[in-house]
Design a protein around this ligand. Sequence first.
Ligand code: ZN
Length: 247
Amino acid sequence: MERACAAAAPPAPEARMWRGKGRALLAFGLGVAFEALAWWLLRWRRRRLGTSSSPVREVLFFPSRVTCVEGLLAEEEAAAARRAPCACPLPHGESALSRLLARVLSARRSLDLCLFAFSSPQLRRAVVLLHRRGVRVRVVTDADYMALRGSQIGPLRMAGIQVRHDQETGYMHHKFAIIDKKMLITGSLNWTTQAIQNNRENLLIVEDRDCVNIFVAEFEKIWENYNPVNYIFFPQKEKQVLKKNKT
Ligand code: ZN
């Protein structure tokens, strides 16, 4: 009887205090665990996207060592193919081209290209791959150079990518790319096999908001200047002759 009474008695104040402390500790522990999980997930996602937590600042020099870049270019769906060792005779380490490709392929929303010459099949494949993934790709190029043999501008257009070109006497001589409006790739390098494999060239890759915004504004300006509605198909003199003949 005495025992039953003792069991039904309310917990001592000390026991209540310990229970309260236990709950607080549990809540604290859960909070810490949740935060750690969120941090780990964020890191995992960044690593998967090929981005790091600190802003990118990278310099690449060319000519690039000739390496196999098939693994980078393999379609995402063919992950197994990517893991399988490639049997081609080329070395499979890192190179300036593979680093450039990795940066380009990190685009998730947009890729704006302003390139004087574009004839690298590997870079064309990367750009088309992004387009297929749903990344908005826009290309600005030089009218004279895009018509040269080996230019990849035709295949880019065939793939459904928007391309605009100049109508000026001077060259559209820029060589820059903007990824997701937050990463800038700029330097002397034209995206040509000749430049990649033979020339001394440089590329600066930065995630610097102020710098990138200036290039974004310039790209938008050029993109609008080269809008096909502004194309002049006949020089002014010829237009006047055509008008005269009509009347
Ligand atoms: Zn290979």
